[in-house]
Design a protein around this ligand. Structure first.
Ligand code: CA
Length: 228
C-alpha cells in the first residue's frame, strides 16, 4: 500500500485529508512541522509515495521544504496553498513540486490530483519516443505531429512545446518551465513569449471554435495538456 505523507499544521485539515486518503486506499503518515516532515523522509525506512505539503508551516517556509525534498530525492509533491499565494505556487512548481490545490479545497479533488500525479510517475515516456495523448501523436524522431488523422506542420518551438506538454497530461507547467523545455534556459522577461507560441500552436491543433481541447490555460501559472 502506498503511504502518503501529509504535512499540515492545522489538525482539522490534516484529519480530513487523512480520512479521504485512507478511504481511497492509501496509508497515511502525518507531520505538523517541516522538521518532522524532513525527518520522516530522511529516515528512508518508510519513504512515502507522495508528499502533500502545506506551504504555510510554523517552523520553515514550505518552499524551503520543497527545495529540501527535491535535494533528498524525487518523491512527488502536491502543495496546499492559500488563495493569494500565486507566486509561491509558481516558485514551488519551478522548484520541482508536481501540482497544487488551493485552500479551501475539496478533498475529493485533492485525492484525484494525487492519483493523477502517481499515474504520471508510472508512465513517463523516454525521450525520443512517440508521445500519444488524446488523439494527438507526436512522432519525435520524425518530427511529425498528427491530430486525429490530420497532419499538422509545427515550428521547432511549437513542436517542443507540444511534446513537453503532451508527455505529461495533467501536469501544470509554468511559463518558465516551458521556456526551459524549449530553449534549455528561461529568462523571466521572455515568459510572455510562451503565450504567443501557445496561441500559434492552438491555431494549428485546436478545434476552430469552442474552448481548447488539448492545451488548457492554468490562470496565473501557465499551461497543461488535458488529461481526459
Ligand atoms: Ca498552515
Amino acid at each position: 500500500m502506498d503511504t502518503i505523507l501529509v504535512v499540515e499544521d492545522e489538525p482539522g485539515i490534516a484529519r480530513l485529508v487523512q480520512d479521504y486518503l485512507q478511504r481511497a486506499g492509501f496509508a497515511v503518515a502525518r507531520a505538523s512541522t517541516a522538521a518532522d516532515a524532513l525527518a520522516f523522509v530522511r529516515a528512508k525506512s518508510h519513504s512515502p509515495a507522495l508528499v502533500v505539503l502545506d506551504l504555510g508551516l510554523p517552523d520553515l517556509d514550505g518552499l524551503d521544504v520543497t527545495r529540501e525534498l527535491r535535494r533528498l530525492g524525487d518523491t512527488p509533491i502536491v502543495m496546499l496553498t492559500a488563495r493569494g499565494d500565486e507566486s509561491d505556487r509558481i516558485v514551488g512548481l519551478e522548484l520541482g513540486a508536481d501540482d497544487y490545490v488551493v485552500k479551501p479545497f475539496s478533498p475529493k479533488e485533492l485525492v484525484a490530483r494525487i492519483r493523477a500525479v502517481l499515474r504520471r510517475g508510472d508512465s513517463k515516456a523516454p525521450r525520443g519516443e512517440t508521445v500519444r495523448a488524446l488523439d494527438i501523436v507526436v512522432d519525435v524522431p520524425r518530427r511529425r505531429v498528427t491530430v486525429g488523422d490530420r497532419q499538422v506542420e509545427l515550428t521547432a518551438t511549437e513542436f517542443a512545446l507540444l511534446k513537453t506538454l503532451a508527455r505529461e497530461p495533467g501536469r501544470v507547467f509554468t511559463r518558465g518551465q516551458l521556456l526551459d523545455a524549449v530553449h534549455g534556459v528561461s529568462f523571466e522577461s521572455y515568459e510572455r513569449a510562451v503565450d504567443a507560441h501557445v496561441k500559434n500552436l492552438r491555431k494549428k491543433i485546436e478545434p476552430p471554435s469552442g474552448p481548447p481541447r488539448y492545451i488548457q490555460t492554468v490562470h496565473g501559472v501557465g499551461y497543461r495538456f488535458a488529461d481526459a
